[in-house]
Design a protein around this ligand. Structure first.
Ligand SMILES: Nc1ncnc2c1ncn2[C@@H]1O[C@H](COP(=O)(O)OP(=O)(O)OP(=O)(O)O)[C@@H](O)[C@H]1O
Ligand SMILES: [Mg+2]
Length: 288
């Protein structure tokens, strides 16, 4: 179980005349996402198709070509499928959270999902999730008068309260202050490690990729250029350049040390501790 994309292409507009070319936003994508234990980063230049792809993963869009199997529901261009079970199984927090907020209080908004999906005690679940995200004090407020970061948390709470099998978040840390960002990522990490939840995050932040994520998908102009462990991506300088991606901060520092001080170090270190041990190893050797 999980989500499988087989040769999936997607176009926002398909001309009626077969003679006119179709502009595909996503091209021949194959991806296999497990229902448990995944912590995936979806990265790529702006306009590469990330938000479009995640909207295919919970059937907001249907593939123009190919098929998507979402927990046993096979979706093609022509499918007539029941969307409710899919939306319950695959929770998507949009890039712009205001799009998915519509009730007149925060509490009602968070309760909407669990109520709609028949989850027991929706109010209690909503309050629990609000507590975890630190927004209990906002529950009686109108969601439309909140800051961007608060709105994002309300949208995230609404999706979490529906208890999806797979959680997808489109740039979830945009608009969050640095401390809240770390708290939130730690919360997702716990959800992944302790509760085995599969999580997909769209991000432009390579430090998030290097610190938290296990697997990375890279899109470039609608093509899937890479699917694998993060270290394999960061060790492929050419691919990073082709896809307009940066190194994480730690590798950037190690690279600068290597080049400027002419140190023969392995630059692919992801934490300050690892980096320190590597520098010590080389400096120690030089001193001898
Ligand atoms: N509703 C739409 N109708 C037509 N074209 C669209 C629509 N939404 C997106 N596109 C186009 O599809 C392409 C991919 O857009 P998408 O939003 O998926 O990119 P993205 O990788 O999420 O970018 P960003 O990092 O800026 O959020 C872009 O060329 C965009 O202009
Ligand atoms: Mg986007």
């Amino acid at each position: 179980m999980g989500i499988k994309l087989h040769e999936v292409s997607f176009a926002y507009y398909v001309p009626k005349s077969k003679k006119k070319p179709i502009h595909f936003t996503l091209k021949d994508i194959n991806i296999d996402i497990n229902s448990r234990d995944e912590f995936i980063g979806l990265v790529g230049h702006t306009g590469s198709g990330k938000s479009t792809l995640v909207q295919l993963l919970n059937a907001l869009y249907l593939p123009t070509k190919g098929e998507i199997d979402i927990f046993g529901n096979v979706i093609t261009y022509k499918s007539k499928i029941k969307l409710k079970p899919i939306r319950k199984t695959v929770g998507l927090v949009f890039q712009f959270p205001e799009y998915q907020i519509f009730e007149d209080t925060v509490l009602k908004d968070i309760m909407f999902g669990p109520k709609n999906f028949g989850i027991e005690n929706p109010e209690q679940v909503a309050r629990e999730v609000a507590e975890i995200l630190g927004i209990s004090d906002l529950l009686d407020r109108s969601p439309f008068n909140l800051s961007g970061g608060q709105m994002r948390k309300v949208a995230i709470a609404g999706i979490l309260a529906s208890k999806p099998e797979i959680l997808i978040l489109d740039e979830p840390t945009a608009g969050l202050d640095p401390l809240t960002k770390i708290e939130f990522l730690e919360f997702l990490k716990e959800l992944n490690e302790k509760h085995h939840k599969s999580i997909i995050i769209i991000t432009h932040d390579m430090d998030i990729v290097s610190k938290y994520l296990k697997r990375v998908l890279v899109l470039k102009q609608g093509n899937l250029m890479f699917d694998g462990p993060k270290n394999k991506l960061f060790e492929n300088e050419k691919l990073l350049q082709t896809c307009h991606l940066d190194y994480p901060k730690m590798i950037r520092i190690m690279k600068a040390l290597k080049e400027k001080l002419n140190l023969d170090i392995n630059i692919y270190k992801y934490t300050p501790e690892e980096a320190f041990a590597e520098i010590k190893r080389v400096v120690g050797e030089n001193n001898e």
